[in-house]
Design a protein around this ligand. Structure first.
Ligand code: G
Ligand code: G
Ligand code: MN
Ligand code: NA
Length: 256
């Protein structure tokens, strides 16, 4: 109940906001985008982890409001970053969307309205969904994703490889990007089975013309092993954790 109250106030007064984790191109090490990750600052308690407050938001019916609050702030940030400086056509901000949010009536229209209100070109936005969205909701999920894609927004399948029937979803849904779950990345240079799985995902993505992001890259060795497999995008503590808004500009100026 305490956390629920904090979410409610945080959505109103700015206590809930996105931090941004940089994403780099693996071989050139250029900055190519960010993933927005929700953070909540609780006076007297400090930062509460989304692992703690997102489930509470889902259970208390606050997930739509929370998700929209993060989405709008991320769109505002993308607007500043993509227009303030010439970051290049391919630059993007990825935003997580939970199942409740995606399947809520009018979601596509609200995203389009936010883009319009902030005058952001849809190509700068990627929405990240997990397979859990599709379970039992395949038709609805498909029509929502098609609506987003039609508006020019790219869709990333998050935590890829951890679900039950990933492969059939790839055939039936408009997916643009696979984010390889970090369980396959950790120590892949020492574990042939992990490297084999990553290679397979990368070949599949190439055949289906999907982009690949490796998540949770924490070491130079992992990065080297991934670069040896293929050119792909890299996200993880090796390069950077999620960062607060005010630090992004200097980072961009250094890394383009
Ligand atoms: O940011 P980590 O650093 O701790 O995030 C923990 C979990 O919370 C991850 O699974 C992440 O996808 C999820 N998460 C973070 N921010 C958001 C958000 O804005 N919306 C949704 N739906 N999930 C988020
Ligand atoms: O579930 P999703 O992939 O959206 O969430 C990303 C989560 O992964 C966030 O909690 C983020 O803080 C975390 N993360 C990002 N990079 C790394 C990493 O290199 N190592 C670990 N352990 N977690 C990471
Ligand atoms: Mn994600
Ligand atoms: Na993930």
């Amino acid at each position: 109940v305490l956390i629920e109250q904090k979410i409610r106030t945080g959505i109103r007064d700015g206590g809930v906001r996105p931090w941004f984790q940089p994403i780099f191109s693996g071989r050139t090490e250029h900055l190519i985008g960010f993933e927005a990750l929700a953070r909540m600052d609780c006076p007297g308690v400090g930062e509460v982890s989304p692992a703690e407050f997102i489930p509470v938001a889902e259970q208390s019916g606050l997930m739509n409001a929370l998700g929209e609050c993060i989405l709008e702030q991320s769109i505002q940030m993308a607007k500043q970053l993509c227009e303030g400086i010439l970051v290049g056509e391919a630059f993007y901000i990825g935003v997580n969307v939970s199942a409740v949010q995606l399947l809520n009536n009018g979601f596509v229209e609200r995203v389009i309205e936010l883009l319009r209100r902030h005058q952001l070109d849809a190509k700068y936005l990627r929405l990240e969904v997990t397979e859990s969205v599709f379970v039992g909701n395949l038709d609805k999920a498909r029509s929502v994703l098609c609506g987003l894609r039609k508006a020019g927004i790219k869709i990333a399948l998050d935590d890829f490889g951890t679900g039950y029937s990933s492969l059939s979803y790839l055939r039936h849904l408009p997916i643009d990007v696979l984010k390889i779950d970090r369980s396959f990345i950790t120590d892949l240079e020492q574990q042939d089975s992990k490297a084999a799985i990553v290679k397979t995902i990368v070949s599949l993505a190439a055949l289906l013309e999907l982009d690949v992001v490796a998540e949770g890259v924490e070491s130079k060795e992992e990065l080297t092993a991934l670069n040896a497999i293929s050119a792909m995008s890299i996200q993880g503590f090796y390069f950077s954790r999620a960062l607060p808004e005010k630090t992004l500009m200097p980072l961009i100026e250094q890394n383009l």
